[in-house]
Write a protein that binds this ligand. Structure first.
Ligand SMILES: *Cc1c(COP(=O)(O)O)cnc(C)c1O
Length: 362
């Protein structure tokens, strides 16, 4: 029984009919970019996410990049983020011409450590990009307090946290802007790349809308150098179908996590720690093991494919060698050697999870 951590085909099989209808509808419409599907999806997803405005863009990385541009963050500015994330969270800062600054994470939740933010703030700091990692909200309430105190902007990286909540409030509704990715393996994923920026700020929404489509105020009238990064009609039509099932898929992920929590005996691995009062949407189920590589090999021999998120904290990647600052971020460094993402997707059965736990416990 090979088990893959990539499940997009699973979801397609389940929703084959409505997805095929959506695709046919787009093909027949003759409009493939910036049409009704994108407009409808933007409205639906904004509503779902508890925010007023949504702008579909090409991917999650561009969502972050355009957010920084809209906030006029650029050369000479610093943006604080976590080293325990997809490199794209910090690449977006580099694209904008600004400098990423890394702050270590909590050793138990792997989320950015809000108590270390203030030490990283300088005169150049303009913004924070907190990441809601693996589907669990970071301590965004505390982060907002620090941001307010130092007049910093906050761009929430929600690329792994569609539908996650802090109390009764969605992630993404705390900061100035929220960025989402619809990469196929995300909790809400298309059949290609896609992303969105969400906000309650009318002015910022208008800026992003201009920026993502060449900065045209009317057709072919470009009032500044804009970008070309749009969500296409096909992805939007498919995402509309999938959005209708997102909560049901999240519930399945939570069930899978509950099985893992119950059946992993906790001697060979440390189970994920969930913060009180949050809705964790389990984009990933990440355990820790002192013998991570051995465990991964053993599971692979049994046909169980696992992944490591992330094998390198960002400050250890050659891509960021150009940063002059040298970092010692011990929690991130240790986690990158111990973290293992067990299979996590809505289609996993009770029997699958039982088998995985049995092998892990041995
Ligand atoms: C996936 C992801 C991104 C980038 O999204 P893309 O759509 O792949 O560009 C950024 N940040 C995080 C935390 C992600 O998981």
């Amino acid at each position: 029984m090979p088990l893959y951590t990539s499940y997009p085909k699973d979801e397609y099989t389940l929703l084959k009919k409505p997805i095929q209808q959506a695709i046919q509808r787009v093909l027949d419409s003759g409009i493939y970019v910036l049409g009704k599907e994108v407009a409808s999806f933007e409205q639906d997803f904004a509503h779902y996410s508890g925010l007023q405005y949504a702008i579909g863009v090409g991917n999650g990385t561009d969502a972050l990049f355009l957010s920084l541009k809209a906030l006029e963050i650029g050369p000479g500015d610093e943006v604080i983020t976590t080293p325990m994330t997809a490199a794209y969270s910090a690449f977006s800062v580099v694209y904008a011409g600004a400098t990423p600054v890394f702050v270590d994470v909590h050793p138990d939740t792997f989320e950015i450590d809000e108590t270390q933010l203030e030490r990283a703030i300088t005169k150049r700091t303009k913004a924070i990009i907190p990441v809601h990692l693996f589907g669990q909200p970071c301590n965004i309430v505390a982060i907002m307090k620090v941001a307010k105190r130092h007049k910093l902007k906050v761009i929430e990286d929600c690329c792994q946290a569609h539908g996650a909540m802090v109390g009764k409030r969605r992630v993404g509704t705390f900061g100035d802007l929220a960025c989402y990715s619809f990469y196929p393996t995300k909790n809400l994923g298309g059949i290609g790349d896609g992303g969105a920026v969400l906000t309650n700020n009318k002015g910022l929404a208008a800026k992003i809308r201009l920026l993502h489509n060449g900065h045209q105020t009317s057709k072919y009238y470009h009032t500044a150098v804009g970008h070309n990064t749009r969500l296409d009609e096909l992805q939007a039509a498919i995402l509309r179908v999938k959005l209708g099932h997102l909560d049901q898929f999240i519930a399945k992920r939570q069930q899978v996590a509950a099985w893992y929590d119950a059946w992993l005996d906790g001697t060979t691995v440390t189970k994920p720690v969930v913060t009180k009062g949050v809705r964790h949407v389990y984009h990933l189920y990440v355990v820790r093991s002192k013998q991570r590589d051995r465990l991964q090999q053993t599971l692979a021999k049994a046909g169980i494919i696992t992944q490591v998120h992330y094998p390198w904290p960002l400050h250890k990647l050659p891509a960021f060698d150009f940063l002059e600052k040298t970092y010692r971020l011990p929690h991130s460094e240790l986690i990158s050697q111990q973290a293992l993402s067990l299979p996590m997707y809505p289609g996993l059965t009770r029997a699958n999870v039982r088998q995985i736990c049995k092998i892990v416990n041995q």
